[in-house]
Ligand binder design. Structure first.
Ligand code: MN
Length: 237
């Protein structure tokens, strides 16, 4: 059988050292730094036992942006930056629940990305108890750096995650302040979804989220691993 329309190209992310990573799904974690949960007016867990369940949402794979210029999206007056660690899976998870002790073996590599957010649309949806999709899952909403193989990174430890906009620090966090760490998140995702090679996980943002305007330049850094530079371009529509 032949396709009746042209197949859309599969998004691919360059890998440092060569090759490219074909993207299947983009999972995202909400409220994974306590100070960010607080600034969003959400409940802040005080202990691991008090964490409840992680907040998950998805973006379409073709939200990936590799170009330096990110067009200001339509439909919003309040585009926000959220700098995040991104985990790239290189192997399928086994059937059933993934043991956190087995989670690291699935990881191909790491990147730094932005979970761009139409905050006005997300806030309106939250107020009505509606889904966040229009606030989170939109065109050009996932700028990302090249992926660095995990073997070159070693332990993530307490690496810093920072974002500068126009040379000013906006966000700074430490990966040891994640409410749910990477193996815990992969375990929790596996209870809900079949994780596969090609999946990305945006791990959540530290405090300091704020608006981006056309002309703004950003510089995101995952300490010692990856960096991402870009700018917000005028809307294309
Ligand atoms: Mn986020």
């Amino acid at each position: 059988m032949t396709d009746v329309i042209a197949a859309a190209p599969q998004p691919r992310i360059p890998v440092r050292g060569g090759g490219q990573f074909p993207v299947r799904r983009i999972y995202c974690v909400g409220r994974n730094f306590a100070e960010h949960a607080r600034e969003m007016g959400a409940a802040v867990p005080t202990s691991a036992a008090d964490r409840g369940n992680p907040v998950f949402f998805l973006k379409p794979a073709d939200a990936i942006v590799l170009d330096e210029a990110v067009p200001y999206p339509r439909g919003t007056q309040d585009l926000h930056h959220e700098v995040e660690l991104v985990v790239a899976l290189g192997r399928d998870a086994p059937a059933g629940e993934l043991d956190p002790a087995d989670a690291t073996a699935l990881i191909f590599g790491y990147a730094v990305g932005l979970d761009l957010t139409r905050r006005d649309l997300q806030t309106a949806a939250k107020a009505k108890g509606l889904p966040w999709d229009t606030g989170k899952a939109f065109d050009h909403s996932a700028p990302i750096s090249p992926i660095v193989p995990a073997a070159e990174v070693g332990e993530l430890g307490a690496r810093a995650l920072t974002l500068e906009v126009n040379g000013q620090i906006r966000q700074r966090g430490s990966l040891d302040d994640l409410v749910w760490n990477v193996p815990e998140i992969l375990h929790e995702l596996s209870r809900l979804y079949a994780l596969r090679a090609g999946d990305l996980v945006f791990m959540g943002t530290p405090a300091g989220v704020a608006a981006l305007q056309p002309g703004d330049r950003y510089h995101a850094v995952l300490e010692g691993v990856a960096e991402l530079r870009g700018r917000i371009a005028p809307a294309t529509v």
